[in-house]
Design a protein around this ligand. Structure first.
Ligand code: 5GP
Ligand code: ZN
Length: 113
């Protein structure tokens, strides 16, 4: 399979993991939109949120736990941060392997663009 994030998950592309367990892993976004911009992905390939099912929904919880753990370790849990997932074209999704964006280290704006 030619999925970029599957390759990262299988360590076929050298990547520093900031967090990993049997279900999910995290690494720096290559084009950071905040002082801290981390991507959290499931090891298992799921193309978009539309493809999530009852058998895989626990992975969203695993990603959220990874996000709050990283925010704490990186020192911005108290000041605040944002997690988000883009879905399909209008949502701004460009990599079709679900991922949670974790953004921290600056004040976020609302509404997002
Ligand atoms: P999306 O637009 O699908 O929500 O987010 C995809 C994210 O993946 C983007 O923020 C983009 O910068 C990031 N990205 C794309 N290619 C790579 C890559 O090869 N390595 C890493 N670490 N991030 C990538
Ligand atoms: Zn994949």
């Amino acid at each position: 399979m030619s999925c970029l994030f599957c390759k990262i998950a299988r360590a076929e592309i050298e990547t520093d993991y900031l967090y990993e367990n049997e279900h999910v892993l995290a690494f720096h976004d290559i084009h950071p939109q905040a002082p801290q911009h981390i991507l959290i992905i499931p090891r298992r390939h799921i193309a978009s949120l539309n493809d999530l099912g009852p058998d895989t929904s626990y992975l969203i919880g695993e990603m959220a736990l990874a996000a709050k753990t990283l925010a704490g370790e990186m020192g911005f849990a108290e000041s605040g941060y944002r997690i988000l997932m883009n879905c399909n074209d209008d949502g701004g999704q460009t990599v079709y392997h679900i991922h949670l964006h974790l953004l921290g280290g600056r004040r976020m704006h609302w509404p997002p663009g």
